[in-house]
Structure formats: C-alpha cells, structure tokens
Design a protein around this ligand. Sequence first.
Ligand code: SF4
Length: 235
Amino acid sequence: MSSVASLQELNERIIACDRCTRLRTYCAEVAHVRRRAYADCEYWGRPVPSFGDENARVLALGLAPGAHGSNRTGRPFTGDGSGDFLFPVLHEAGFASQAKAHSRDDGMKLTDLWISAVVRCAPPANKPTPEEQRNCAPWLDLEISLLADLRVVVCLGRIAFDGLLAHAYRVNRGKSVLQPRSQFAFAHGAEYTLPSGLTVIASYHPSLQNTNTGKLTRAMFLDIFWRARALAGLR
Ligand code: SF4
C-alpha cells in the first residue's frame, strides 16, 4: 500500500476502501434497510474514518463500527450504547469537549486523543473474520506512522489488543526486539511498553454486554483514561 501524507488523506482513502466484499455488502444493506428507530436517518454506510486531535498523544483503539452506531453516523463510537458509555468518561478525563456524541456534526472536539478501530466497516454480529482484520491492518500501520506525538494506545477489547500487537510485530519484523507473543496477556488494566517506547494499555470494551453486566464500570474505565493521561505526560 502506498504511503499517505496526512491523516486527512488517510481518512479519505479509508472511506473509499472496498477491499472486504462481505463487509461492504453488509454495511450497504444495513444502510438501505435501516432499523425502525432510525428510519428517518440517512445512514453513512461506508468505512468509518477515525477522528480526533492530529497531535494526539493517546490513541483509543476500538474493534469495529456498530451496524446502527458508527455505520449510521459515520464517526467512531457515535450514536450507540458503547459511545454513550465512552464519551462521558472521555469528557471527565479531559479528552472530549462534551459528554454526548450523537452525530458527526454535534460539535465534539477531542484534545490529545485520536479514536480509531482495527476494522473500519461494521461486521455482522460484530465479528470480523481474520482475513478482514488483515485486510484492514495496513490502515492502522499508516495511521500510527502519521500520529507523530503518540505515546499511549488504549486497546478497547481483546481484538483491538491483538490488532495493536500484530501491528507491533509487523513494524518490528526481523529485528528480534519484541518479546514472544505469549508474554502479552490481555487483562483489564494490563500495561506493556513496546520497543518504540509506546505504552499499550488493555481495557475491556465498553460494549453493552460488558457495561450492563458490571464487568466494566464507569470507575474502572475512568481509571484507564486517567492512567493514559499520566503515561502520556498530560496533566
Ligand atoms: S474493513 Fe477495512 S479493509 Fe475492509 S473494506 Fe472496510 S476499510 Fe477496507
């Protein structure tokens, strides 16, 4: 994949990507049929670009767009239950200008934070195939190379954690500087430092399944983002 000059150009290329036939077909179908509650909405229906502060020191890395969340609104974690849990925490931790995210035109501004995902198209049942994850991986490689001030990556869920580590192994291929994969265990709050100096923090994903059951509480999630601030050298 050829290089890109800016995060804006990267987002434009992501929006035009059609590498995964199954996902592109699914997103277009969802956008056409729509959920009854959103019957009056014009769905985005395309790959979802990242957004945030181009000088971010912290990256929040999710799994993939929700079919009726980001696939509808066109912005990560916007317009669904995961975002309703995430943005109040980001607001309290000083990363987000407002606690509510309902559309890509709602005025939300992020400071010191960039939000992305390992897969940019909504997958059926929230389950991208390994091939689809590999297809989308070059976008993450380019994105991280363009985030010049990046110090910390918060991985939201195990698939994001695995995707970030896969990225680390790709960029360090042939250098023998990374520990064996078995040394990187996923656990909420686990931290690892990569050879580049980047710190990785693992977190449970703010899915309704985790937040409604109390597996991930607001206090636990807030601690993750306060810790990210501290590790990034932010006040
Ligand atoms: S998931 Fe990624 S690689 Fe696949 S079509 Fe969407 S943007 Fe392209």
